[in-house]
Design a binder for this molecule. Structure first.
Ligand code: 5GP
Length: 201
């Protein structure tokens, strides 16, 4: 018997600071069937971010060009900056049986779910809003004003989580939450609709 699988598109969303980046990184490190979809953004790079690894950093003109070329699977404005998932990258990898991780916001996720209903979607919650704010402050990469905006956004995003298939609370340390994410992923790899089974005698 043989099973061949088409790639899985995994959407991870959740408020900024909920730890979806950390969980996503753990998944990429520990499961080499996954690759990361590098988004285009008009946001300025943060210290330590590597162009074309963390994001493709582009200006507004280039972002508009990409929209005009229908290059995005989805795009959205988040916290005042524009972000988009490059369609070609994602479709190519899925076609070759690779699993693809998307770290995107709720608006983008809704668009991907409508276009690719077979996508697997997981919403990551922080233990509380108080802890979320503490994490954002500790991160030290944002101003007070940006943190306030992200907190307002967080409440809004949490209010929209009903469209996701799975939800988990990311308590520190992240290892236990990662195991939950891993069990979702491992079960979804066995979903028959993503498998072609060859029956041998
Ligand atoms: P950050 O600026 O902190 O890296 O990301 C801010 C938010 O934008 C996060 O919620 C992240 O998931 C989201 N984001 C990153 N890339 C994309 C994308 O390509 N599309 C959409 N819709 N959201 C994205």
């Amino acid at each position: 018997m043989k099973i061949e699988r088409t790639g899985m598109l995994l959407i991870l969303s959740g408020p900024s600071g909920a730890g979806k980046g950390t969980l996503g990184k753990m998944l990429l490190e520990q499961d080499d069937s996954f690759c990361f979809s590098v988004s285009a953004t008009t946001r300025a790079p943060r210290p330590g971010e590597v162009p074309d690894v963390d994001y493709h950093f582009v200006d507004d003109r280039r972002f508009d060009e990409l929209i005009g070329q229908n290059a995005f699977l989805e795009y959205a404005t988040v916290h005042g900056n524009r972000y988009g998932t490059l369609r070609g990258d994602v479709e190519n990898r899925l076609r070759h049986g690779q699993n693809v991780l998307l770290d995107i916001d709720v608006q983008g996720a809704a668009m991907v779910m409508a276009r690719m209903p077979e996508a697997v979607s997981v919403f990551i919650l922080p233990p509380s809003f108080t802890e979320l704010r503490e994490r954002l402050v500790k991160r030290g990469t944002e101003t007070e004003e940006v943190i306030d905006r992200r907190m307002a956004n967080a409440r809004q995003e949490v209010g929209q989580m009903d469209i996701y298939q799975y939800v988990l609370i990311n308590e520190a340390p992240p290892e236990a939450s990662f195991l939950k994410l891993k069990s979702i992923v491992d079960a979804e790899k066995l979903r028959l609709s993503r498998c072609t089974v060859t029956i041998d005698d």
